[in-house]
Design a protein around this ligand. Sequence first.
Ligand code: ZN
Length: 452
Amino acid sequence: MRYVLIIMMMVGAGMALAQSGSDGLGDSYYPQLGNGGYDVQHYTIELEIDVDANTIDGTAMIEAKATQTLESFNLDLSGLTVESVLVNDEEAAFDRDDTELIITPTTPLEQDDAFTIIVAYSGEPEPINDPGVPFLPIGWLRNDSIIATVSEPSGSMVWYPSNNHPLDKATYTLRITVPEPYVVAANGFLMETTDNGDTTTYDWQTDDPMASYLTAIYIGEFVVEETTLDDGLPIRNYFLADDAERWSEEFASQGEMIAYFSELFGAYPFDVYGSIVVPDDVMPAALETQTLSVFGESSVNPATIAHELVHQWFGNSVSPAAWEDIWLNEGFATYGEALWVENTDGTDGYNEYIAVLHDFAGEAGLAAPADPGISELFGASVYVRGALVLHALRAELGDDVFFDVLREYHTRFANSVARSSDFIAVAEEVSRHDLVALFDAWLYGAEVPPLP
Ligand SMILES: [Zn+2]
């Protein structure tokens, strides 16, 4: 009841004031990411990429719905040159202010209007230094023969304009044209490949809602390895030809992992999966880009393969509603590593994995995993202490109830977003336990509690 009243008051205030969509969505770490006043349904991103020159010529068609009256609204875009903006096929005025692209349509939009934005843009995408990722520039990474986008958390805005926050998920068409002999791998299904003579167009389609930070394109002379799992799930892995055999062996257990985690968490949440391996000089890390996880060469190992796969449930299907709740991604994925060890090495292996995490957390004096601060967004605590939250919960509830909690949490927030409070509420509801003390100690407590 109280929420309803507050929402009504906010709507009332919004209608009385200037009708501009807000330039952010109130994220405590990234106040400028995302924009208010509309909800994107579908992005069609068409890019012609000159790989040698490292330039793009792009058109972004964005289908959205106004959630308020809009005299103007913003998209997030970093760098690049905007040539024109159309709203409902009419030329719109636009302005740039840092990473905000401010658009003023000729005719204001009414609440609930469906509308289309077409942004024509071009230039050389420039990586950005995100304060949450101090160890790596993000957005657009390359060496002399490969381009990889790395968008978590803010980087997608260096290659297309968007509502750049997980609160506004949408479906995607990524239609990417590259010179021969390059291949484009991306999220979802490859619907069509068009040979244009000197260039090839790859038409990738994602029909499940996706957060902008999980969108990706990878360009290189990749070969594709396609298989179908017993349950019918298509798998496509992309490897550089010279190393294809080696990576094929390394990823051979991926199907078994999908079956195992589907049993624990509920059915794999998307309609396709696969992995792509790129050289470390392009990307010295791994990332769970939706339906196609990417691995720098030195990140290929069973634990990391399990980690990025588990993110498809926790992170990708259920995404953080606020970046301060990142442990809901990283703690779960790290705990997934321990679960895979349990599957391959038994209970002793699992206990040892957890003991190593716990020792490390204590020795390093890791702070609470909840709300780690932006510079520790991907710090050790959200991974290590985040995983220990789940270990402690499992010890308290027992296996049956614990995995019921995980399945219910995933089911309830699939294709959506959640906060820590949502997970705690599901855990208490499903288990009928008062878990305040447990989460106070393991999620919010400064000290690392002793292992249960
Ligand atoms: Zn992760």
